[in-house]
Design a protein around this ligand. Sequence first.
Ligand SMILES: *Cc1c(COP(=O)(O)O)cnc(C)c1O
Length: 497
Amino acid sequence: MTNGLEPLIYEISASGRVGVNLPDCDVPESPLPTDLMRDTLDLPEVSEMQAVRHFVRLSQLNHAIDTGFYPLGSCTMKYNPKINEDVARLPGFAHLHPLTDPEGAQGALAMMYQLQQWLAEVSGFKGVSLTPAAGAQGELAGILMIRKYHHDRGDTARTKILVPNSAHGTNPATVTMAGYEVIELPADEEGNVDLNALRQACSGDTAKTIAGMMITVPSTLGLFEAHILDVIQAVHDAGGLMYMDGANMNALMGIVKPGELGFDVMHYNLHKTFSTPHGGGGPGCGAVGVGEKLLDYLPGPIVDIIAPADGEQDAPLYGLVTPAKTIGQLKAFYGNFGMHIRAYAYIRAYGGEGLHEVSRHAVLNANYVRTKLMDTYTIPYPRYCGHEFVLEGHWEDAPDIHALDISKRLMDYGIHPPTNYFPLIVPEALLIEPTETETKQTLDEFIEVMKKIAHEAKTSPELLHNAPHITPVSRVDEVKAAKELVLCCAPLLKTVE
Ligand SMILES: *Cc1c(COP(=O)(O)O)cnc(C)c1O
């Protein structure tokens, strides 16, 4: 036993124990290349049942959307319908080799084409590429398209991208990676972009140095940008292009189309809004949508109709195309195809009206929880929110309690902590996103727990300081965990001993 945890698989290993029966060899034996062979291979030897118990136990150590409420703000941890998994496992999809000729992959291409069309329709764009593997890669694609657009017009003096101070960290990181300078914009008292600061940055000679702006709508404060049309106008007047971070599309489907607002490019997070799984850092899909100006710059390959249906063939012929001025290819083959299938199944199951209902309920749920917690917690921007809201996790009469303590205590109640300390402009921020898939009972339980924790913070703060009490390990050193990552259980065993 180590650390109070169940035994590690190396501890239960016994020499000669096997978990599989291999069939008799049905091909002629031939010698293995000895120069490539290792003398020893330090693998655990366990029975099938021991292996099953080991991995099932591991899978139960983490909190998951399938086991409990997960209000992780900005991440849209909605339920992943299991029908999506069934569809992704259909042999025709799952066994399709990525090098299959387009003629032999017409079903898969038709599915991808339809998904591109639906995503374009949801957000009012002209074209979509499914290739980026994450939101952050979609961002990079978008900013590289903006860059190439300006350069192709001989406009190389534009070196700056405007980013509001509430932005997700990937936004300034993307700007820097694409070779641009970040100009940070402050928020006004209501949590909107400070229009005066924006107009200042877009006026006079500096206007010619603005390549564009990246903005999240609704913002990471959960607020719909009240002056979004003015913001877009100001940047366009300066000659810049508008990038929308579409990670928060869960608030907008069927309500607002970013393309119609005037945005030039946006990424979608299929692993957020469109319910494809999200865990462990991937695989995801950060598809990008663009308006007319950037259509030729999309990263390829994208799926297009090569020959329409006619009298001789009853279905159109689909093929892979590379846009004329493409920024290039960002990912092997076509991106994470399995995510495309799941998002397709999700959209197909809901339909347009259903997606509209998804966003309405996501917004309703967030506003319900926000108003119920308003008397117990400080809500810095007390206005109608989108699909998430931010509150402050501290009180004057509980000076030693921080947002982190509240989050850790939530784990004792079987709830995943919300996003902590983000957005950075709110002190002790807790960013709460209930999503549309939770029932009113779950939301009411969460509200109860949050109120209980607020009471505990003032009457028995040690309950929060020592939390979590019920998890296999309590508070971890998160910096050490990231800097000295141990992924293999064999060396872990040695360090624990
Ligand atoms: C999640 C998120 C991103 C990044 O998306 P990834 O798929 O995690 O790379 C960018 N911006 C916002 C606002 C987000 O919530």
